[in-house]
Write a protein that binds this ligand. Sequence first.
Ligand code: GLC
Length: 582
Amino acid sequence: MKQRMQALFLFMFCPLFFKNSFSQVNSPTNITDKKWWKESIVYQIYPRSFKDSDGDGIGDLKGLLSELDYVKSLGINAVWLNPIYSSPNDDNGYDVSDYRSIMHDFGTMADFDALLNGMHERGIKLVMDLVVNHSSDEHEWFRQSRSSRNNPYRDYYHWWNAENGKPPYRYSLFDVNGDAWMYDSLTNAYYLHYFSRKQPDLNWENPKLRGEVYDIMKFWADKGVDGFRLDAFQFAAKDTTFPIFPQGFEKNFVLYYATQGNLHGYLQEMNKEVLSKYNVMSVAEGAGNSFTDAHNLVDANRHELNMAYAFDGVDIARPEGYSVLHFKEVFTRWDSAFANNGWLSVFLANHDQARLVSRFGNDGPAFRELSSKMLSTFILTMRGTPYYYNGDELGMTNAGFDKIEDYRDVQTLNEYQHQKNVGGDLQKFLKRKQFESRDNGRTPFQWNGSKNAGFTSGTPWIAVNKNYKNIHAALQEKDPNSCLNYFKSLVKLRNDNKPILVYGKYTLLDKNNPAVYAYTRENEGQKMLILLNFSPANAAASIQLKMSNAQLLLSNYKAAPFVDKEKSIITLKPYQAVIYQL
Ligand code: GLC
């Protein structure tokens, strides 16, 4: 039971134990080669929870369209939209039943076209989520596939005929029993599902299936979308002989599932067939098991994807807390492995995580705003493309649900059922979910202080956070010191200083300081110093830099920190964040 919990946890956060396996691959592509996707700040929108226009309690495209001026006002220039395709919603759109149509709850293709137009008119690029490691079991391909062993779609999925005995154990992330093989009596065979039973894995080894996916991508790229985020794609390629994995492999299943078989070959084919023909960006969720894996996905001369989205950083937060030294070490290690070659995504939150400020900061009344601003400062001042999750700009917090009926997420619900089946400690489980459930990050966006936080006039599909009267966009727009306005200042600072903050070299300072994360970013003689106090107490950083001409560009406190110029020591207040131009 404990192992299963660990394995589930491992998936969502995918801790990759990077050995020093990185070596320079082929001829390096210059890190400072200018690209729009390097210079973008990606704002991730979870459409189900963003804005409802028709009172059915579910966010939709018209709702999002009506708030595009808000999105624009943030200063960001790209949006990653979670899946909006037709879906029975076993996993909120990550189970697609038709890749060329819009989910009924979200609206119509006409709404989509208007949305894309509205974004482009405002200078915002649109990155679509593409879910092609698996489809829904309600997709026509799967209906056909399961109907008979001779059906032409049979090989679109992975089947194991039951007369050959039980298939070798494969671990499933969302299955109540953790078993990735589901028996289907219709053809007396098992199908493979790494995620829920309603998410059968597609067979990437079948060239016909691959061709179908490329056509789908072209359909959207021809419409004018600006990029694709390939969901769970590191798991797409499989060894279809299904060898037996060692006992207990599920504890570190990413080692066995990620970047297997001919994954790179498929990505090169996808690049040739689709990506190279459009000015689109591409990012796959997960970056394999080593720096070599991550580089192989994104080195420009290999013609695969544009940037890596690795989980080592987001995985650091734990219910029992985390070490700032560890945090610094992980982000520094990743930066240095990509210092000359390749490109990274920088993020601390998304729709698969609980809220940024609750996981990495301090969501108590005294420090919520300060720590939220401090974490935003980190995300917006690192090298790599920042991905920022909707609602974090307000410092939205975890939901605090205390009963299972409040949850909607298939992962939480199935894990609860599993705990129940095995006689697990349900109270302990619920306590843990208050910290880590994905639903924490999926409660409705808090627009204003009116009913349901202005998200819907109906009954929201998931409860609005109780704190919405104090934490909402309308309030924060009026307050010059709000999290929202601080975020806008950060975005502006990054956009105004791209040579330094997008492309500039990163150097860690005061490495062994257990409370303060200090680093510089520099390019062509220009340098910025960033100091972040991750603790709720005053903390000093010894930075060994000349501060005589230092100009304070941004801080989350009104008063500048105390600088002892002689000793180059800067004393920061609790959760203080400062950016200096040196
Ligand atoms: C990815 C998505 C997650 C989804 C899973 C299965 O990890 O981010 O939300 O549940 O894939 O599609």
